[in-house]
Write a protein that binds this ligand. Sequence first.
Ligand SMILES: Nc1ncnc2c1ncn2[C@@H]1O[C@H](COP(=O)(O)OP(=O)(O)OP(=O)(O)O)[C@@H](O)[C@H]1O
Ligand SMILES: [Mg+2]
Length: 384
Amino acid sequence: MSENSFKTTDDDSRARDEAAPEAGGGQALRPHAEDSFAEELKALAAADDRPRPERWRLSPWAVATYLLGGTLADGTVITPKYVGPRRIVEVAVTTLATDRALLLLGVPGTAKTWVSEHLAAAVSGDSTLLVQGTAGTPEEAIRYGWNYAQLLANGPSREALVPSPVMRAMAQGMTARVEELTRIPADVQDTLITVLSEKTLPIPELGQEVQAVRGFNLIATANDRDRGVNELSSALRRRFNTVVLPLPATPDEEVDIVSRRVEQIGRSLDLPAAPEGMDEIRRVVTVFRELRGGITADGRTKLKSPSGTLSTAEAISVVTNGLALAAHFGDGVLRSGDVAAGILGAVVRDPAADRVVWQEYLETVVRERDGWKDFYRACREVSA
Ligand SMILES: Nc1ncnc2c1ncn2[C@@H]1O[C@H](COP(=O)(O)OP(=O)(O)OP(=O)(O)O)[C@@H](O)[C@H]1O
Ligand SMILES: [Mg+2]
């Protein structure tokens, strides 16, 4: 028996439109992907003449173009959201068109959440059917809960039932998202097995079930470093196609990612553009990559790695904070002094061990490097 009584999309999106009249530049501090990039999605849908899986807003090809960027026949430029191997995106998108769910795996800050949001936005036009995984995520967050006032007044009924985002996605043939799957306790994770293999969610209290309609699929993200917190059961893992998101392969790629995202974030915070900031961005990326990899860029000096992850995401926030400092307390030009404190904060997580690592890097590498004198001085100032 299938019962699709949760058709709230239209109401939901209308409510959202009213709350955020000018998506992208409007009031929401962080608009959803489908709102920020509404124009691009519209242009893609108009240009897209390839077959679309049922209930998909776009064809798999157009979804991949949305993520990777490109120029449409009518000249519309689609900005790249994900910078990385094309094949990864193609496999991820294709998975969503099959009966297997998608698991995005990777170290922190490799854009798992970011890719998941954009995939859901492009495929279903809605990235908000989201379950945030934590150690305290209850089964109700994945299945359904009850409106207790209604439940007490009228007994269990469809009206008293509060569907989870996963249940709504099933009923509407949309993309559901589960963030940080491995943080969820194992028995709660297992709730997903029936959903993913039988494509149904039983409601024993009502003697009913909600069957997934075509178009439903699920994207989960999990952190490599959390492995061991709650290992994915092999039964559940089999229901997923796993796609590993790598760290940026080259310094240029990482600089490209950081500068792109900093520009977008800066615009949303009304920070002035900082085209002169490229040198500092390159420097932040160099420091992060060297310490992360445990070796200098020229391959000559071995380094100790600090305990933090020094992810691309952290590089982005170091530069964004630096820009804000430059804008509010400097002359608007991003300089060494604006990023030094941020770098120190990202590197020295463990005050004892990491400080030693940082000092050694500072004295043996930063100090000796041509053109890094200002940066060395700025770092000495904040390290003192
Ligand atoms: N390859 C990449 N392409 C584009 N953006 C990237 C890339 N790598 C990182 N980013 C940026 O890094 C930021 C953080 O990414 P996100 O939060 O998705 O990481 P995550 O993998 O989910 O990390 P965590 O494991 O901590 O949850 C985003 O703003 C994203 O744009
Ligand atoms: Mg994440």
